[in-house]
Every structure is written in structure tokens, then in C-alpha cells.
Design a protein around this ligand. Structure first.
Ligand code: C2E
Ligand code: CA
Ligand code: CA
Length: 449
């Protein structure tokens, strides 16, 4: 082979070493270079552990820019970023590039939070100036995570992990944010890990429960179905809201296990209700990104023996944004099997009327924020009127959520809203109480279980 010639080019030991420590695109050091530097400083300071700081900087929304303008333009931006960062580097400091759009600093002379934040502000400013791509200019922001040695980690891996945690928090708060890993964050991480462990064992020990809240016909106040809501009471922590533990299970990657337990319990409870009552169950956003979800749901129903036509799945538009194609496939598969889909929290989050036009939903739930103000705020009333008119035109069923008093119920009824849910009609209660309630309404004979 002709190209083999190249392999005979003499490369010295030091050149090889330089290559192993260099990012080929920008010429900056890489992650190994950074680790080396951190280990060297901490060794120097072993006897007198004076602090120093590391920082990870991650460009915001770099991927869409890369997709839009092409990889060459993306590379050009990365090189310009590298150039700017090198130009403003303090004495003795190091800047490196890691994967993709991630850069890092080692800052031997930054000892505490305020200086770290000031440094972050300076870099943020420098990176915010437009990038010249020949025929056009592009603007970018960046997010920052700082970790201070030795508090945030004595070993390189721990220190880096703390900086990543801080960066993750910046990203969660939006674009261009700066976070320093502090005692409060460390404490919160510890609490979250504790909560995660408690939740995992609650799942294993079958300590997670499902309660049910009635959904009624507003015209007759008759119950037409129930929404399943997860409940967990930890012996030490007390009751923990599903608004906390559901996102935690998503973040830590065990939402399938949790949701499987919940759906199984909910489906088993629904078997004891009259057949005409539906079960409404919340799907989480992580489940809408998992192609296995539709098969899982149907197999849980199959094992419990609940007819898919009695199940409604509630999902939010924000949850669908994550990976729209996968979400669409899941919805299509489930609907084909007879499951109905309801759009939860409508009016908040990322509403897109386009999705309603695609006829993917059977029902829409008006968010409680509008319902709460229907009699006091004209804007809320108008929004609800508009939603009701739209649903009528699109042949969508409607439920108003969070009805707390008779005046709200009356108003919604007069506007033509067919169904309602809220404390006024009934709080979420356990399966046994629901059974007693239904027995009172329907009499013994009509209940199956
Ligand atoms: P969501 O799906 O919007 O559920 C409605 C929430 O409003 C429930 O809170 C319910 O208890 C509460 N609610 C009902 N009526 C009223 C009312 O009249 N006034 C007020 N102020 N609140 C009312 P909850 O049970 O704390 O659940 C919070 C969120 O956690 C749910 O919001 C849902 O997003 C999530 N969640 C609950 N259970 C599950 C579950 O089994 N799976 C998944 N993925 N998410 C769940
Ligand atoms: Ca819901
Ligand atoms: Ca809701």
C-alpha cells in the first residue's frame, strides 16, 4: 500500500507525547493535559493545600448551529473560541478543549467563589462577540461550571465531576449562566442521593402507592373516570410529592420501573370499577423518548387484564418536544391498540397548535392555572372560552382541571365545558376508598371486583 510510506516518518518521543496531549482541531491541550496540570498543582501544594479552581465552559446551542451551517463552520467557530480563550488566559493558567463544544480551564490563582464568578463573567463577555464565518456572523453564549480545590474534590476525577455538576445546574437555569460548586450544592446532592436511595428501596419494598381522583361530567356531576396519581410516604422523610420523585426517577434513569409499578397497580384497581369508567394515567417525558414504552404499556395492561380501550394516557407538550419522532410513534402505536391520549396541562409550557392539527389527541386538559382565575381574571376566562371553541371544532374532549369551588364549576358548565376534575368534586384517595365510593353510587352488583 502506498500510504504506508507515511508511517515511516520519524516521530520523536516528545512529539508523540505532545500529540497525545493536544486537541488536533484547535491546537489547545486536551483532557489529559488538563489532568496532568491539576495533578501537578495538587502535588506542588500537597503540604500546604492552597486552593485553585477549575472551570468547564460549554457553548449554548452549538449543535443546531453546527447542523444549520455545516461541520466546517462549526469547526471554524470552535477554532475562533479557542483563539479568544487563549488570548485572555491569566498567567500560569491552562485552557483545554474536551468533547465537542466543551472547553476547560485550570486557574491556579483563583481561590474563591467571587473571583471565579468574575472570571466567568469576563469569559462570557469575550465569547459573546459575533463569530465571523466569511459570509455571515453568528452569536453564541456559553454556560460555566466552577469547582474549587480541595473542597470540591481532592482527586482530579472528583474535582471535574463537581465542575460538571455546577455546569449542569447552569444549563438547567438557561443560557449564559455561571455556577460555582458550593457547600449548598454539595448538601443538595447528598440529599438527592439519599432521596434516590429511599425511592429505590420504596419501589423494591412495594411502598409506592397510587391514589385516584374522580373526573366528572359537569352537567350531571357523575363520575366518568379517575386519574391515577402516585403517592409515596417515606418513614423518615414523610410524604414526598410526585412532582419531586417522578422527575428524580427520570433523571436517575429508573422511571420505567417506577411507572411499571404504578400502572400495574392502577390497572388492577380499575378492574374493580364499572366498565364504563376510564383510567387516566400520566406518562413522563422520559417515557416519551423511549421506543419501548408502547409495548411496555400494552404488556402491563395485558398482564393485569385491563382492556386498552379503558386507558387514557396523559402527556404534556413539553414532554413531546424531547424527541418528537419517537413520541409520535409511541402515540400512534398506543392509539392503534385502543388507548386514548390526552394532552395534560394545556395552556402552559410549549403549546403548539400545529400538534393539535395532527389529530394525535383525543382529549385536552385545561391547566388549573386558568381554572383557578376563571371568575376573577377576564383573560383567563377568554382563554378558556377560546380553548373550548377550538376543541369543539377539532372534535376533542375537554376536562377542566383544579376546580375548587362551585362557582368555578358553574362557570365552566355555562361555557359548555363537558368534564371537570378538582378538590371540589373529590381529592385523590386510595383504591379502597374509591371502591367504597363506587359501591355507594352504583350498588354492590355492578362492581366486578
Ligand atoms: P398533574 O398530572 O397535572 O396532576 C394534577 C395535580 O393537581 C395533582 O397533584 C393533583 O393532586 C392536583 N390537584 C387536583 N385537583 C386539584 C385542585 O382542585 N386544586 C389544586 N391546587 N390541585 C389539585 P399531584 O398528585 O401532587 O401530582 C403532581 C404532578 O406529578 C402531576 O401533575 C403529574 O405531572 C405528576 N405525577 C403524579 N403522579 C404521576 C404518575 O403516576 N406518573 C407520572 N409520570 N407523573 C405523575
Ligand atoms: Ca395529569
Ligand atoms: Ca395536569
Amino acid at each position: 500500500m502506498k500510504s504506508a510510506d507515511l508511517s515511516f516518518m520519524p516521530v520523536s518521543q516528545s512529539e508523540l507525547q505532545a500529540m497525545a496531549y493536544t486537541d488536533p482541531l484547535t491546537g489547545l491541550g486536551n483532557r489529559y493535559r488538563m489532568r496532568d496540570k491539576v495533578m501537578q498543582i495538587s502535588a506542588e501544594r500537597a503540604d500546604d493545600p492552597a486552593p485553585f479552581t477549575i472551570c468547564i465552559a460549554n457553548l449554548d446551542r452549538f449543535k443546531p448551529i453546527n447542523d444549520l451551517f455545516g461541520a466546517a463552520a462549526g469547526d471554524e467557530i470552535l477554532c475562533q473560541v479557542a483563539h479568544r480563550l487563549k488570548a485572555c488566559l491569566p498567567d500560569g493558567a491552562l485552557v483545554t478543549r474536551h468533547d465537542g463544544d466543551e472547553f476547560a480551564f485550570v486557574l491556579p490563582l483563583i481561590f474563591e467563589r467571587a473571583s471565579a464568578e468574575r472570571f466567568g463573567q469576563m469569559i462570557r463577555e469575550i465569547l459573546s462577540a459575533p463569530y465571523d464565518l466569511g459570509d455571515r456572523n453568528v452569536r453564541l453564549s456559553a454556560s460555566f461550571g466552577f469547582a474549587i480545590y480541595p473542597f470540591a474534590g481532592e482527586e482530579f476525577d472528583d474535582l471535574l465531576k463537581s465542575a460538571e455538576t455546577a455546569l449542569y445546574r447552569s444549563k438547567r437555569r438557561g443560557h449564559g449562566q455561571i455556577t460555582v460548586y458550593t457547600r449548598e450544592i454539595a448538601e443538595e446532592m447528598r440529599r438527592t442521593t439519599q432521596l434516590e436511595q429511599a425511592l429505590r428501596s420504596a419501589i423494591i419494598n412495594d411502598a409506592i402507592d397510587v391514589h385516584f381522583q374522580p373526573i366528572v361530567s359537569l352537567a350531571t356531576t357523575q363520575v366518568v373516570g379517575f386519574e391515577a396519581l402516585a403517592r409515596w410516604r417515606d418513614p423518615d422523610l414523610g410524604p414526598v410529592s410526585p412532582g419531586i420523585f417522578v422527575p428524580l426517577a427520570e433523571e436517575r434513569g429508573f422511571i420505567d420501573t417506577l411507572s411499571e409499578v404504578l400502572l400495574r397497580k392502577a390497572a388492577e384497581a380499575a378492574l374493580a370499577w364499572p366498565r364504563e369508567l376510564f383510567l387516566s394515567f400520566n406518562l413522563s417525558s422520559a417515557q416519551l423518548m423511549d421506543p419501548g414504552t408502547s409495548a411496555n404499556v400494552l404488556s402491563i395492561l395485558g398482564r393485569a387484564g385491563l382492556d386498552p380501550h379503558r386507558l387514557e394516557l396523559e402527556l404534556t407538550e413539553t414532554a413531546m418536544m424531547g424527541s418528537a419522532d419517537t413520541a409520535n410513534r409511541i402515540i400512534t402505536d398506543l392509539r392503534r391498540a385502543g388507548v386514548r391520549i390526552s394532552l395534560d396541562d394545556f395552556g402552559t409550557g410549549q403549546s403548539s397548535l400545529g400538534r393539535l392539527r395532527d389529530f394525535m389527541f383525543d382529549k385536552l386538559k385545561i391547566d388549573q392555572a386558568f381554572v383557578a382565575r376563571i371568575n376573577t381574571d377576564r383573560a383567563s376566562e377568554h382563554i378558556i372560552k377560546a380553548i373550548l371553541a377550538m376543541c369543539e371544532g377539532l372534535d376533542l374532549e375537554v376536562v377542566a382541571e383544579g376546580i375548587e369551588d362551585p362557582a368555578q364549576a358553574a362557570k365552566l358548565r355555562s361555557l359548555g365545558c363537558a368534564m371537570g376534575q378538582g378538590y371540589y368534586f373529590g381529592r385523590p384517595t386510595d383504591a379502597h376508598s374509591i371502591k367504597l365510593l363506587l359501591r355507594k353510587i352504583y350498588g354492590e352488583a355492578s362492581l366486578e371486583g
